[in-house]
Design a protein around this ligand. Structure first.
Ligand code: SAM
Length: 213
């Protein structure tokens, strides 16, 4: 094999490896069919509901099929919802629930609508993976500066599973405490729920308040 042929073969292999490591960035259809997602949905929704004032305007980032914010509507806690995701995964349109397609890794955060409450649930680890921890921190800081109350949970170092985001986590942080410190900075926060996650791990659901500590 000549030097040129070798260089070409290496570049093709690198490109293939890059593609395999980065599957296309699509919405997560069927997320709640995953047993680990379905199992904890009710407890996560109840924990959030306890802290949402009735009649709130809700911004739901990474809304998936919208079932958490729709449950808040059913309970009279959300008067209107704007759901944001990579694609519209809702089973049906619903009055009061407006969908907006956007990619949180690139969207201009200033264009996100105002709200009383933001749900930023199980989406920030995708942002860390697809963009950077700095972008996840930028989102957390923006929400804390502009929205009175935000709820955040995300993938944890304690989990097993061959998710792309776990590989990135391992390179970036020794554990969850270091990650939260980087992403939340000095935003005021309180853990309102710890729940079982994939492979014996645990995720933490945080409530963030507007303003710094
Ligand atoms: C793990 S699901 C969580 C769904 C719901 N928020 C929950 O916590 O039950 C993550 C959702 O975020 C969406 N998502 C992932 N990356 C995103 C991005 N960069 N911008 C917008 N949505 C994204 C996925 O399509 C998916 O619906």
């Amino acid at each position: 094999m000549t030097r040129d042929e070798m260089a070409k073969a290496v570049s093709v292999l690198r490109a293939q490896r890059g593609t395999a490591a980065r599957p296309p960035h699509r919405g997560q259809r069927g997320y709640y069919d995953l047993p680990e997602a379905a199992r904890v949905l009710a407890m996560r929704t109840a924990a959030v509901a306890t802290h949402v004032p009735p009649g709130s305007a809700v911004l739901d980032l990474g809304c998936n099929d919208g079932r958490i914010s729709m449950a808040l509507m059913d309970a009279g806690l959300a008067s209107a919802v704007i759901g944001v995701d990579l694609e519209d995964l809702r089973i049906a349109a619903r009055p009061g629930f407006t969908f907006r397609r956007a990619d949180l890794t690139t969207v201009d955060l200033a264009t996100l609508p105002p709200a009383d409450v933001c749900l930023c649930l199980n989406v920030l680890h995708h942002v860390v993976w697809r963009a950077s921890p700095a972008r996840a921190a930028e989102i957390a800081a923006h929400l804390a500066a502009t929205i009175p109350v935000t709820f955040v949970d995300m993938g944890s170092h304690t989990e097993r599973g061959k998710w792309g985001w776990r590989r990135v986590y391992r390179r970036l942080w020794p554990g969850d405490e270091a990650m939260w410190k980087d992403i939340f900075g000095d935003v005021r926060r309180e853990a309102i729920l710890r729940y079982p996650a994939h492979g014996g791990g645990e995720r933490t659901l945080w409530k963030l308040w507007r303003g710094a500590r």
